[in-house]
Ligand binder design. Structure first.
Ligand code: ASP
Length: 315
């Protein structure tokens, strides 16, 4: 069981909480590879997915996760919802709240919007990505993928590369991998580094060779154009030349370094397409697979907390 009612970010999770999610997810990963994928952890419960921003992997894996655990799962069609008629986020949340969901999975373009919503509803809220702030289940699935590939989640050299400034994935990963005592390097153009990053105690460089040297894990990030106002890079061609991951740049990392990307990928911009598909180096498909397992584990643990509340009333 987790201490908290919601999963809003890695920030609020303890090391023990992270480990308990990963350990349970490991069991679900095994179950997901068998022909009996169902269990009853969320039986009788209702899960509502509200995605105010586009999503492929996260939304579909939360949906599969809920269904495998026996919940009734409803995907709100946000484009067709009253939000387009001017209803506020809070009004929408209150309307849904009246239908007594148990779990609300929310993605929103504004940092902090999911936490605000969590204050207003009676159910457990899971943050599926809020602006540039956090994407906790992505960091958890990345951690599980790393732990399975490397056999541990501590004392690894991990290079996170690319558009750090606009990335909630980078932020949640920095928090999680830092808590687990890894050596973290941020690599990318200075224009895509957030201000005050040096204070986090991580190494920062704009040089891929120096950044990848001796790395166990190379995590690439997408250029998040939808969050950029203005020109942050000279051109995509130039960006690929200096910061795009290809076999030559990867050769500076350890020979058994793994390559990660949260998706969606811009092939030929931040990563070479052939390398992304190289099953000897790339764990990108395993990241997607672990996404389902981690979301099952997170919802299972939150549901245990809900069930433990006196009289089952979530107030
Ligand atoms: N899918 C991830 C996110 O929602 C990464 C990305 O969009 O680049 O943050």
């Amino acid at each position: 069981m987790l201490q908290q009612r919601h999963l809003l970010g890695i920030q609020g999770l303890s090391k023990a909480g992270i480990t308990s999610i990963l350990d349970l997810a490991e069991q679900y990963a095994t179950q997901n590879r068998s022909s009996q994928k169902h269990s009853a952890a969320l039986s009788g419960m209702t899960q509502v997915n509200m995605f105010f921003e586009a999503s492929t992997r996260t939304q579909s894996s939360f949906e599969i996760a809920g269904k495998r655990l026996g919940a009734d799962v409803m995907n709100m069609q946000m484009a067709a919802s009253s939000i387009t008629k001017g209803e506020t986020l809070i009004d929408t949340a209150m309307t849904l709240n009246a239908m007594h969901p148990d779990l609300l999975v929310v993605r929103h373009p504004h940092s902090g919007a999911v936490a605000l919503l969590a204050e207003k509803v009676n159910c457990a809220v899971l943050n599926a990505g809020d602006g540039r702030h956090e994407h906790p289940t992505q960091a958890l699935l990345d951690a599980l993928t790393i732990r399975r590939a490397k056999g541990r989640l501590h004392r690894l050299t991990i290079a996170i590369c690319g558009d750090i400034a606009h990335s909630r994935v980078a932020r949640s990963n920095l928090l999680l991998l830092g808590k687990m005592e890894n050596r973290l390097r941020l690599v990318g153009p200075r224009t895509l580094m957030p201000g005050g990053i040096a204070e986090l105690g991580v190494e920062v460089t704009d040089d891929m060779e120096a950044g990848l040297k001796g790395a166990d894990v190379v995590m690439m990030l997408r250029l998040q154009r939808e969050r950029m106002d203005g020109g942050f890079i000279p051109s995509e061609r130039e960006y690929y030349h200096r910061w795009g991951l290809d076999a030559a740049k990867l050769a500076h990392a350890k020979p058994d370094a793994i390559v990660m990307h949260p998706g969606p990928m811009n092939r030929g911009v931040e990563i070479d397409g052939v390398l992304a598909d190289d099953i000897n180096r790339s764990v990108i498909q395993e990241q997607v697979e672990m996404g389902v397992a981690v979301r099952m584990a997170a919802m299972d643990l939150l549901a245990r907390g809900l069930r433990a509340r006196p009289s089952g009333v979530y107030v």
